[in-house]
Design a protein around this ligand. Structure first.
Ligand SMILES: [Zn+2]
Ligand SMILES: [Zn+2]
Length: 218
């Protein structure tokens, strides 16, 4: 049996940044991945830029190196095919999060199992109004995500795929109690809920419960 203690992660105003080349998949199918050709060169960290309203902006072109900069990848990481002049040169960034308890920093795709964060890009405009799985908004107006084994992001406040009340938006397929910040986060079916499951998360390779701040397989 494996156990993962829930840890609380908050966004920083820093990001990791890459020089990215890719070929859009309607133009070419990568022979290595079956998806699109892609390659990234890591630049390191940078400040996140915000609009005057406080939203994260897309990257400004004046921070992007010129296209003849030798650090731009020349060929696909999966199949080795050379990029063409018309393939995009993209300054690609991912926000860095910090674990409040340990000081560990990570982007969300690399966060450890048990990491929990608020998907603020879902919840930021919903500080009032309806809550429920049909809105992806929890009872505290947050939209909490927990990292599960297999790098699966469990959106607790989202609708379960086997929801038995798909036309009803205000119930919670998973009912959460407590808080991720203090180790009391707990998910069950005790509340306004549907008949789907028993409050567990079932994904490929993992089936478990989140009880009393611990994610545990069953
Ligand atoms: Zn490729
Ligand atoms: Zn449901």
């Amino acid at each position: 049996m494996s156990e993962y203690k829930i840890s609380w992660w908050e966004p920083t105003d820093r990001k990791r940044q890459w020089l990215r080349r890719y070929t859009s998949s309607d133009q070419h199918k990568c022979s290595g991945t079956g998806s699109y050709c892609n390659a990234m060169f890591e630049l390191g960290e940078a400040d996140i830029l915000y609009t005057k309203d406080g939203y994260i902006t897309g990257d400004r072109d004046d921070r992007k190196p010129p296209e003849d900069d030798p650090r731009w990848p020349k060929s696909c990481e999966a199949c080795g095919r050379l990029f063409g002049d018309n393939d995009p040169h993209q300054l690609f960034g991912k926000q860095i999060y910090i674990c409040q308890a340990t000081g560990q920093r990570s982007t969300l795709d690399k966060a450890p199992v048990g990491a929990c964060w608020d998907a603020w890009w879902i919840s930021e405009r919903r500080k009032e109004g309806p809550t429920g799985s049909g809105y992806m908004i929890g009872p505290d107006y947050r939209s909490l995500v927990v990292k599960c084994p297999g790098n699966h992001d469990w959106h607790i406040d989202n609708r379960a795929s086997n929801c038995t009340m798909p036309d009803e938006r205000e119930h919670f397929c998973w009912v959460r109690h407590g808080r991720p910040e203090d180790g009391t986060l707990h998910v069950d079916k005790n509340g306004n809920t549907c008949a789907a499951g028993a409050g567990s998360i079932a994904i490929t390779g993992f089936h478990g419960f989140l009880h009393h701040g611990v994610l545990r397989d069953c």
